[in-house]
Write a protein that binds this ligand. Structure first.
Ligand SMILES: [Zn+2]
Length: 173
């Protein structure tokens, strides 16, 4: 895929390895090549484990700011993935203008609930974490958030129906 200033870019990733700090770091470097506002990123996460540790970040990537992407869609996010550290890693990697989660047959419902609580509790609260850190977490950059829509519907045909729920958040950074 090449960098383009006019076309929308669409990037779909299906990582099935352990998602560690270096994975997020590579993704952040990769995203910085795109015309940022036009990028739509879809992540289907099949991995079962993930970590994100600020102390493991090297200084070069910490220095450039995270990419602004138009839309980030997450699929297949379910335990035993660690939701907290996934969110920390993703929002360190990019700042999406909208974030949606798709849940098939309720697989990611727990993650949706987690996001509602995590993102909404942030509303109007001045973060006190990271005070002594040079790399601040996403909570210090997120200015506002609202749920744009939330739907559940049946897809497929009557022989193999599939119930899909989605939630979409609008984020202001
Ligand atoms: Zn913080």
């Amino acid at each position: 895929m090449t960098t383009s200033s006019l076309q929308e870019s669409y990037l779909r990733l299906m990582p099935n390895e352990h998602l560690g700090t270096s994975w997020f770091q590579r993704l952040r470097e990769y995203l910085s090549r795109f015309e940022q506002l036009n990028l739509e990123l879809v992540l289907s996460i099949i991995s079962t484990t993930n970590t994100f540790t600020v102390e493991e970040l090297n200084e070069i990537t910490s220095f450039c700011s995270p990419s602004v992407v138009k839309h980030l869609m997450l699929k297949d996010v379910a335990p035993p993935l660690n939701f907290e550290s996934l969110l920390d890693g993703l929002f360190w990697t990019c700042h999406p203008e909208s974030l949606s989660v798709e849940s098939m047959w309720g697989r990611s419902d727990e993650f949706m609930q987690f996001l509602r609580e995590k993102l909404m509790e942030k509303e109007g609260v001045q973060p006190v974490c990271c005070d002594s850190r040079s790399v601040k977490c996403w909570r210090h950059y997120l200015k506002g958030i609202e749920v744009e829509n939330s739907t559940t519907s049946l897809h497929g045909d009557s022989f193999s129906p599939c119930q899909v729920s989605t939630i979409c958040f609008k984020l202001r950074w």
